[in-house]
Design a protein around this ligand. Structure first.
Ligand SMILES: [Zn+2]
Ligand SMILES: [Zn+2]
Length: 389
């Protein structure tokens, strides 16, 4: 089945051109001068009723009023890229060395712009569509910044919806689930301070590498021994840095990594046990070790009713066979979780087809998904804010 909205089909070449411009010009976190200026320019051309800039530093909020009064519902896209070099030779490849849109936020922003154009032209709804273009999703602080700037109060938002592309899910399919859908995401850093010296005299040293090795292994027992196996999480240590020379025991070692899980109690247990293990190993090895544990974003929990409504809207576009209402949760993180803590809503996955995985240098948003995403946004607004209420 193919999207059926002819007006949206007509808009796709223009939306694709926006997507390609955004892909060529990736920017990071809150530092989005070109991106937010470009999106703001498009929104002015489109003729939205109000455009608020610098919400949550570089975030944008556009307001489109329907043909009758009614409540306000919010649609959210993210705008930032990643510090990854893009090897692609495509015309629309990144023109900024060391940065690329490897998570598809270029596609997310372009689809929401497309929806803005459609909704501003047609206005077949009773109420207000609030379009949120969020900075700094990677790193997990952009949504918080916009909420702290009064996002939900200023615009009297009653529901909020988010969409993320999903590689390996065929184009034209949608998926979501009620309840936990994406993980709480924490970053940690372990700094070990030992006593360096000659490699031939380990007995005069306190080897930080031995301590790092012990910590590396011991923290995995949290997953296998401390956490309820059916409410488990993961700990990935992704960096260990220490030492230079063959014949020198280093003075310090530095580790970092990430913790993911879908349940608050699991998160508590993992952090507490990591603190105990780091302190215990440090004592055993005669080194000092400091754990810095940063909670980036909580579990993304779809509200039951809004998850159903989002699935219904997707079903009207692609049919029931192409909407999976029972997607397994994933251990990726999303700071959209903060928006779902503030207001009822849901995040839905949209198929990106057979592309490289998210955050891979070969990844690219799939332009074939554009019409489905734009139509989903249009559909949810017209469904949730019907004129013939
Ligand atoms: Zn990402
Ligand atoms: Zn993303």
């Amino acid at each position: 089945m193919h999207p059926t909205n002819n007006r949206i089909a007509d808009l796709i070449p223009e939306i694709r051109a926006w997507r390609h411009w955004l892909h060529q010009n990736p920017e990071l976190l809150f530092d989005l001068p070109k991106t937010s200026a470009y999106i703001a320019e498009r929104l002015r051309e489109i003729g939205v009723d109000a455009l608020h800039e610098n919400v949550g530093r570089t975030g944008l909020v556009a307001v489109i009023k329907g043909n009758a009064e009614g409540p306000a519902i919010a649609l959210r896209a993210d705008m930032d890229g990643l510090p990854i070099h893009e090897p692609s030779q495509a015309d629309h490849a990144s023109r900024t060395p060391g940065a690329m849109h490897a998570c598809g936020h270029d596609g997310h922003s372009a689809m929401l712009l497309g929806a803005a154009k459609y909704l501003a032209e047609t206005r077949n709804f009773a109420g207000t569509a609030v379009l949120i273009f969020q900075p700094a999703e990677e790193g997990g602080t952009g949504a918080r910044a916009m909420i702290d700037d009064g996002l939900f109060d200023t615009f009297a938002i009653s529901e909020v919806y988010g969409m993320h592309n999903a590689p390996a899910m065929p184009v034209g399919k949608f998926g979501l689930r009620a309840g936990p859908i994406l993980a709480a995401t924490d970053f940690f850093y372990i700094d070990i301070d030992g006593k360096g010296g000659h490699a031939s005299q380990p007995h005069h040293c306190a080897d930080p590498l031995a301590a790092a090795n012990a910590i590396y292994n011991a923290v995995q027992t949290i997953i296998t021994r401390s956490v309820d196996p059916v409410r488990n999480g993961l700990i990935s240590i992704t960096s260990i840095q220490a030492g230079e020379a063959n014949n020198v025991i280093p003075q310090t070692a530095h580790m970092k990594g990430t913790v993911r899980n879908l349940y608050d109690d699991t998160r508590e247990i993992i952090e507490r046990r990591m603190r105990e293990i780091v302190a215990g190993v440090a004592q055993t090895h005669g080194v000092r070790a400091k754990l810095t544990y940063d909670r980036l974003c909580p579990v993304t929990i779809n509200h039951e009713r809004e998850a159903d409504l989002a699935a219904d809207a997707a079903e009207r576009i692609v049919g029931a066979d192409n909407v999976d209402r029972h997607q397994p949760a994933r251990l990726g993180g999303e700071d959209f979780s903060y928006m779902l803590q503030a207001k009822p809503g849901a995040m839905i996955f949209i198929g990106n087809g057979d592309t490289a995985r998210l955050h891979h240098p070969d990844y690219d948003f799939n332009d074939d998904a554009l019409p489905y995403g734009v139509e989903f946004w249009a559909r949810i607004v017209e469904d949730r804010l019907p004129l013939d209420r």
